[in-house]
Design a protein around this ligand. Structure first.
Ligand code: SDX
Length: 429
């Protein structure tokens, strides 16, 4: 922090606002006393210029295209680490020793089963329900089953709830998928790693043994790692705001899942692949680029642009490399969607509209291509994002709950409605 301050003069009132300095990134203006001292609010719809909290978990530099988890660059974590080790890092702040990692992986593995009664939640949905609708409902219902980990004031219950969420999300996502295709649920196994377990629960059938392809499980694990956390994005902010009321962690994660579903956020990977399929062939790309530039056309290039990254999304870079590797190893290197995606990226990045507005591929641009090559339907893309982001939501939730200064979030407004007026009886209207 710092003893620097900013002076603000409003009419004949002058006040000083402290300037707080971070370990990285821009300084922030502490406006907590602004309303008391000057009787005014700040105005920032969408909070794009507002620091809603302080945090030590993830740092993003949008201009440099930098993403750090507890200080470690995402490309190093994606290349050298694996998802459960990144989960440990996000939750506890440091990379684990071998013993710590083994203990953590064992604890997660032993929480992957769902209460047997929960499967009846799935059966209450129509078979064509979107898996995100099922996940929102089932995760919200977890508080009805895991009462022994809903007291957020108890550190042990917070720890158990965290592990349960991280461990059970793959099972919930896989069962939502199995239910949608009319296949029996596949139970998790304790002899498989996190990504392999998820792939087996999605693709195994009782009629035959399922052999996990190590290429696919490595790619799955890398996708999980790349989506794990991302500072105060919309769904994480939703989880923080819901948690600030003291709501139980399962309800708060369900709120995050609901927010992530939107096509401007986590739903973009599904929307992006559907867009690539609609474009179909490289010769139709110019038509869609023109539509994306047309203010009168609501069409946008899905998987392009980012509220924070204005140079490049470092996750997209890693994802693009992974797409090349996975499709090549799977022998689908001439995948038409990948060709359209690469040509679309090339043409968009030659167009001043995109370069001047600093619109570049984001994490969702290439992830769908890999997921489709792995055998997932587009409806499973956002659920996979939700599985991965659960550790980010939980880590940010934990950080907030453990902050003694935490209080309920309560934004204000710029009111433009009617001022006080008297009720009119209906015969006088
Ligand atoms: C994620 O916040 C996070 O960290 C999210 C995330 C995470 O890990 O949690 O990174 C995950 O959500 C990635 C983003 C996925 N969404 C998409 O790919 C959907 C398509 N992208 C756009 O909807 C948009 O780029 C946003 C929502 C991502 C960002 O919107 P911004 O920064 O608020 O940009 P904007 O809407 O203010 O647009 C700025 C300008 C506008 O033109 P002008 O009004 O200035 O003339 O750029 C244009 C927009 O029309 N624009 C686009 C565009 N994105 C912005 N034009 C065409 N295609 C696009 N994709």
């Amino acid at each position: 922090m710092t003893d620097r301050s900013a002076k603000l003069t409003i009419d004949d009132t002058e006040i000083e606002l402290p300037i707080l300095s971070p370990t990285a990134g821009p300084d922030v203006l502490d406006i907590r006393k602004l309303y008391a001292q000057a009787g005014v609010f700040t105005y920032d719809p969408g909070y794009t210029s507002t620091a809603s909290c302080d945090s030590t978990i993830t740092f993003i530099d949008g201009d440099k295209g930098e993403l750090l988890h507890r200080g470690y660059p995402i490309d190093q974590l994606a290349g050298k680490s694996h998802y459960l080790e990144v989960c440990y890092l996000l939750l506890y702040g440091e990379l684990p020793t071998a013993a710590q990692l083994e203990d953590f992986e064992n604890r997660v593995t032993n929480h992957t089963m769902l209460h047997e009664q929960m499967q009846y939640f799935f059966r209450g949905f129509r078979r064509d329900a979107h898996p995100m609708a099922i996940m929102t409902g089932v995760v919200g219902a977890m508080s009805a089953f895991y009462h022994d980990s809903t007291d957020i004031a108890d550190p042990w219950q917070r720890e158990v709830a965290s592990l349960r969420m991280i461990a059970k999300m793959p099972t919930i996502a896989a069962w939502a998928y199995k239910y949608s295709i009319g296949q029996p649920f596949v139970y998790p196994r304790n002899d498989l790693d996190y990504a392999s377990n998820f792939l087996r629960m999605c693709f195994a059938v009782p009629a035959e043994e399922y052999e996990v392809n190590p290429i696919l499980s490595r790619a799955m694990d890398r996708i999980f790692t790349l989506h794990a956390d991302h500072e105060q994005n919309a769904s994480t902010s939703t989880v923080r705001l819901a948690s600030s009321s003291g709501a139980n962690p399962f309800a708060c994660i369900a709120a995050g899942i609901a927010c992530l579903w939107g096509p401007a956020h986590g739903g973009a990977n599904q929307a992006c692949l559907e867009m690539l399929r609609e474009i179909g062939t490289p010769n139709r790309i110019p038509e869609y680029i023109e539509r994306a530039k047309d203010k009168n056309d609501p069409f946008r290039l899905m998987g392009f642009g980012h509220r924070v990254y204005k140079n490049h999304d470092p996750r997209a870079t890693v994802m693009k490399q992974s797409a090349d590797e996975v499709l090549d190893l799977l022998g689908v290197e001439d995948n038409p969607l990948l060709q359209v995606a690469k040509e679309l990226e090339r043409k968009a990045l030659e167009d001043p509209y995109f370069t001047e507005k600093k619109l570049f591929p984001n994490v969702d641009f290439y992830s769908g291509i890999i997921l489709e090559a792995m055998g997932f339907p587009t409806s499973m893309f956002t659920p996979i994002f939700a599985v991965s982001r659960t550790v980010g939501w939980i880590s940010q939730w934990k950080e907030m709950i453990e902050d003694p200064a935490m209080k309920i979030g309560r934004p204000r407004q710029l009111y433009l409605g009617a001022t006080t007026r008297d009720y009119q009886d209906i015969e006088d209207r």
